[in-house]
Design a protein around this ligand. Structure first.
Ligand code: MF3
Ligand code: CO
Ligand code: CO
Length: 262
């Protein structure tokens, strides 16, 4: 019969219990990094200081920052402010201001196991109602995507659910970047599209470890690489309206996904 873009995971994408425990341990440190950032982030701080916090935390916990030197990325963490969608590079000249919305995305390697997560931070007491809603809805998109991820369902079910939620707000879902298998490598199959059709993509089997990390734009879903970034990493919205993203590392079980990194 027809294939409709379905696929099945190869054996190496289904982790053993021992491997899952390894990713879980990495996830504990990864969550710790972001908790430490949460404790220290404040207006007037620059994003290089966030990088310093992450580096120190890794040293203290025998973890390696996966982003550092990854395909030429020069820092240990991604710090993406307002219209920066993702892969923002920490720098002393980027000072956080009251009302900014910032994504901090960190990936740890512990005993060779990768855990990848990101959160949004609202800087200072408050931001605009529009940005606050964007941050909230982006988080709901991750949660709704997690609920849609069922054992023996398909990866496309995730993006279908996210799209349905996002439509209510007329937000743009970024399609140039996606979630991914993770755990034994940084980026692995399957590609987890955040805008997809139900019943498409890879079969979800217990033992698969992957991220969901929707990037939600207030305006157009179009993005481009910032011409000012000498490294060619920073992704910004075409209309320069803000963008928000949340990410967890997840393991599929017989009962649905379990979060390995917050
Ligand atoms: N952590 C990002 C992700 O969610 C990847 C960052 S790669 C870097 O997949 F090189 F920009 F750090
Ligand atoms: Co990430
Ligand atoms: Co990721």
């Amino acid at each position: 019969g027809e294939n409709k873009g379905k696929s099945v995971p190869t054996r190496d994408l289904i982790l053993t219990d021992e491997q899952i425990e390894g990713v879980r341990r990495s996830g504990v440190v990864n969550t710790g990094v972001l908790d430490e950032v949460a404790r220290q982030i404040h207006p007037g701080m620059n994003t290089q200081e966030i990088d310093d916090i992450c580096m120190q935390y890794c040293k203290d916990h025998n973890a390696i920052p996966a982003c550092l030197n990854y395909e030429g990325f020069p820092k240990s963490v991604c710090t993406s402010i307002n219209e920066v969608v993702c892969h923002g590079i920490p720098k002393e000249s980027d000072v956080l201001e009251e009302g900014d919305i910032v994504n901090v995305d960190f990936t740890t390697i512990v005993d060779g196991y990768y855990a990848d997560a990101s959160r949004m931070f609202i800087i200072g007491e408050k931001t605009t109602p529009e940005k606050e809603q964007l941050v909230r809805v982006a988080k709901e998109c991750l949660e709704i995507g997690m609920e849609a991820a069922k054992p023996y369902g398909f990866v496309g079910d995730i993006g279908h659910a996210i799209k349905k939620h996002c439509k209510k707000y007329h937000y743009g879902i970024v399609t140039d970047l996606c979630g991914h298998g993770v755990g034994l490598k940084f980026h692995e199959e399957p590609e987890v599209l955040h805008d997809a059709y139900r019943g498409t993509g890879m079969l979800l089997v217990p033992g698969m470890v992957f991220t969901i990390e929707p990037m939600i734009n207030m305006g157009s879903p179009k993005v481009f690489i910032d011409a000012d970034d000498e490294y060619g990493w920073e992704v910004i919205t075409e209309d320069e309206l803000p963008s928000a993203q949340w990410e967890h590392t997840l393991v599929m079980t017989e009962h649905g996904v379990e979060i390995l990194s917050y």
